[in-house]
Ligand binder design. Structure first.
Ligand SMILES: Nc1ncnc2c1ncn2[C@@H]1O[C@H](COP(=O)(O)OP(=O)(O)O)[C@@H](O)[C@H]1O
Ligand SMILES: [Mg+2]
Length: 398
């Protein structure tokens, strides 16, 4: 082996070893060899300079941010960063949701120069972190398999986010009920991660909101129903179906000050499973909220599978249980079997009697029809809901 090649191989081996060290290991090593008098090209000398390069880059990076941090860390192995990035960028110990390909997204964001406050959550494909300045980063990852079907990878998430950006650019108010994340960059070569920037949904997703901060008040539930149907309508009008409507893909934000209709605003998020309605090849939607005819790929069936999922969510909004992610298919069947009046007296005793409850249950019944042909579409559902919202409430009349 030529001398320089030999040296290169040895140097790589040293780098690989040092990549597993902590900053403390580095410090101790450098201390130990502080007074060594070594030949310029000796291996030991090489090792000392590598240890010193890695540790001083990371120490410096902790005090700078943005592009300067990104540049300072350019040649440092990712493994070394995982070991030595600040605590707030490390994976939360108690998150069971993180899959192996989603690990260390916080360290990755930190190495790009972002200052992180905390981990927010993770779904099947992306991990969400809050920044110190209050903005939110969404990191979409490659290698996503759900059952036997491969879902979108980071590259197609970038395409989806561009589609959504186009959809909202069209009309300002289109963004009111859709949660848009702006694409920042994609790391095609190394980790296949795509980074997006977005706003913080201050009440988290619908599931979290229902567990923590929820009032069984029909007026505000109707408003939530209307928000989510309007979000879906924008997508459908543009020719897209969401395909993964569930409580954790609907985010709850505060209303803007001028909007007085209610305290909160619902926005549909996570467009990772979205397809064109007239050209859908995907049968996947999540098991608990998917329509019984989810595998049918004709235009009408695809369009109405989102409506079915939303109908199940509406049942969940009414029912008093903390596990919003449970399977509501059973309750949708029961609602159809026993009818609105019986369903209300059996499951909705926690509501003050209100003349809007029965018509709302009747609407839900039309949304969760097992056969798509008798199911309402998003426009029909919205028109009916508008009528229900317009009914004078008994409690107000009294
Ligand atoms: N902007 C945000 N503000 C607050 N929480 C968020 C935000 N974006 C996502 N989340 C939380 O992170 C979870 C995962 O995000 P999501 O975009 O649905 O990723 P995935 O494609 O992996 O499902 C959501 O269910 C929600 O709880
Ligand atoms: Mg999701």
């Amino acid at each position: 082996m030529a001398k320089s090649l030999k040296m290169f191989v040895r140097e790589s081996a040293i780098k690989k070893e040092v990549a597993t060290w902590s900053l403390k290991d580095c410090e101790e090593y450098l201390q130990k060899h502080k007074n060594d008098n070594l030949k310029k090209n000796s291996l030991l000398n090489k090792k000392i300079s590598i240890v010193s390069k890695f540790s001083s880059a990371v120490n410096a990076a902790k005090n700078i941010s943005g592009k300067s941090r990104q540049n300072a860390l350019r040649d440092i192995p990712f493994e070394f960063l995982v070991k030595n990035a600040p605590k707030e960028a490390q994976d939360p110990k108690n998150s069971k949701k993180l899959k192996s390909y989603q690990k260390n997204t916080g360290v990755y964001l930190w190495s790009l120069g972002y200052d992180l406050r905390k981990f927010i959550g993770a779904g099947c494909s992306a991990v969400i972190w809050e920044r110190k300045d209050g903005k939110v980063m969404r990191v979409a990852c490659n290698n996503k398999y759900l059952g036997f079907i491969e879902t979108n990878d980071a590259v197609s998430e970038v395409k989806d986010s561009k589609t959504i950006e186009d959809i909202i650019r069209d009309k300002e108010r289109n963004s009111k009920h859709l949660f848009v994340a702006k694409h920042i960059e994609t790391d095609h070569d190394k980790s296949g991660k795509a980074v997006f920037e977005t706003e913080l949904a201050s009440h988290g997703d619908l599931q979290k909101f229902k567990n923590e901060n929820y009032k069984y008040d029909i007026q505000s539930i109707l408003q939530m129903a209307s928000d989510s149907l309007k979000g879906l309508k924008v997508l459908h009008d543009k020719g897209y179906s969401h395909n993964d409507i569930k409580p954790d893909n609907i985010l709850v934000t505060d209303k803007t000050k001028k909007d007085k209709s209610s305290r909160i605003n619902l926005k549909i998020a996570d467009f990772g499973a979205m397809t064109r309605i007239d050209n859908t090849y995907k049968i996947f939607t999540n098991k608990k909220f998917r329509a019984p005819d989810f595998w049918k790929l004709n235009k009408e069936a695809v369009e109405k599978r989102d409506v079915y999922s939303l109908g199940c969510i509406f049942i969940g909004l009414l029912m008093k249980d903390e596990n919003f992610s449970q399977n509501y298919q059973r309750f949708s069947k029961e609602l159809i079997n026993i009818g609105a009046e019986n369903f209300s007296s059996k499951y909705l005793e926690h509501f003050t009697p209100d003349e809007k409850i029965i018509p709302f249950l009747n609407l839900i019944m039309l949304m969760v029809k097992p056969d798509y042909k008798s199911r309402v579409d998003v426009d029909q559902a919205l028109t009916k809901l508008k009528g229900i919202k317009g009914l004078a409430s008994q409690s107000k009349q009294r």
